[in-house]
Design a protein around this ligand. Sequence first.
Ligand SMILES: Cc1ncc(COP(=O)(O)O)c(C=O)c1O
Length: 412
Amino acid sequence: MAALGITSPVLFQKLDQLVGRIEHRDPLELASDETFWAQVRSGYRLKPDYINLENGYYCFMPQESLENYLHHVREINYQGSYYMRTVQWSNKQYITEQLAELAGCDPGELAITRNTTESLDLIIGGMPWERGDEAVMAEQDYGAMLDMFKLQAQRHGIVNKRVSLPNHPQTDNEIVSVYEQAITEKTRLLMVCHMVNITGQILPIRKIADMAHRKGVEVMVDGAHAFAHIQFKIPDLGCDYYGASLHKWLSTPLGAGLLYVKKDKIPGVWPLFAETNREDDDIRRLNHTGTHPVATDLAIGNALEYYYRLGPARKEARLRYIQRYWTSRVRDIPGIIVNTPKEEHRSCAIANVGIEGMEPSDLAKKLIDKYRIWTVAINRPGVRGCRITPNIYTTTKELDVFVNALKELAKA
Ligand SMILES: Cc1ncc(COP(=O)(O)O)c(C=O)c1O
C-alpha cells in the first residue's frame, strides 16, 4: 500500500506464498481443503485456552496485518504532528478510494468512520425528522440503533414501528411483505440489516429497497456483518445509506467503519459534527470527529491487501462451508434448534443454535465451562440460543468438538 510519508510496511510474504500455490483452484472446492486453511490459521496467534466461536464481535487481525498496524503506530509516533499536518488527509483520501473500490461506489459517497454505530447514528440523528414521521425497523436489529431511533422519538416525536423477522423464511417475498406491511404514508426511513447479527440471516436487501422506494421511503442498511464477509457492491443493493464495521470481517484494528451515502442524499443529512467550508454534497461534512488514531486509517489499506490476497470468493466459500459443516450435523437432531435458515444463500459464517428447555446463558456457560468453547448467548424475541461465529482460522476438528458438545447437551 503506497501511503505517503510512511516507510514501507511489512509485506504479506507468508500469505502470498500460500495463495500462490492454490490460485488456480475453484474456491468452492478449496473451501473443504483443511490443509490449506490450516496454513491460513498458522498466520494467526490464537489463545490455546478455548475454541473461539465468537468472531462476530470482531475479527482480530492475522499476525501480518498486526505487524503492519504496529509499524504505522510507531511511524506516526515518530513523525508526530508533522505527519498529521502533511500527509494525514491525502492518505485518508487514498484509503477511502481503495475502500470505495471494494464497495463499488464513488469515493465521494464513502466516509471512513469509527464503526457501524457511528455511521448509522449519523444518519438516524441527521434526518430532517418532523413530528409524526414514521421509521420502520426490526425487533432483531442491533440495540444501539434501536436506541438511537428511540431518542428521535423522544426528541422529535417520530413513531418507530418494529416488525419481527421469520427465522426460516420460505421466500424473499415473505420478508419483503413483513416490511411492506409496516409502511404507511408517514414512513420516511426503513432500517434493515444486511445480515442479522443474532442469527446470521442474510436479507434480500435489493427487493426490500425496491419495494420501499416505490412507496417513497428511504432505506438505510446495517451492514455491520456483511462487508468483506459476503461479496457484493453497495450500489447493487439499491439502498440510500449503508454502514459497516471494518474491524469485523475486514479484520482491521478496532475502531474502523464506513458510511456510504448515495450522492443525491448527502445534502439532506444534517451533520451531527460541525464542519466548515464543504459543499452540501461533500460526504466529509458529516464526520468531522476531530483527531483520531490515524494509524487505523493506514491499517485499513493493509486489511484490504490481506483480503484481496486471500481472495474474497475463497473467504466467502470457506466461511459458508464451515457454518454448514456444523449446522448440517445438528439441524435435524431432536432438542437442537438452529435459528438460521437452511438455504445456502440466506447465511454465511454466522448461525445461531439453542437447546430446547435451556436458557441461552446456561448454554453459553456450559459450552465454556465443560467444553472450552467460547460463544455468546442471545436471548431476544424469537431468537434464543448462542451465536456461533467461526472465522477463516477455524478448523473442522474444532467444529466436531462443538457438534459433539451440542449432541451431549441435547441428550442430557
Ligand atoms: C447488526 C449490527 N449492527 C451494528 C453493530 C455495531 O457495531 P460497532 O459496535 O462496531 O459499531 C453490530 C455489532 O455487533 C451489529 O451486529
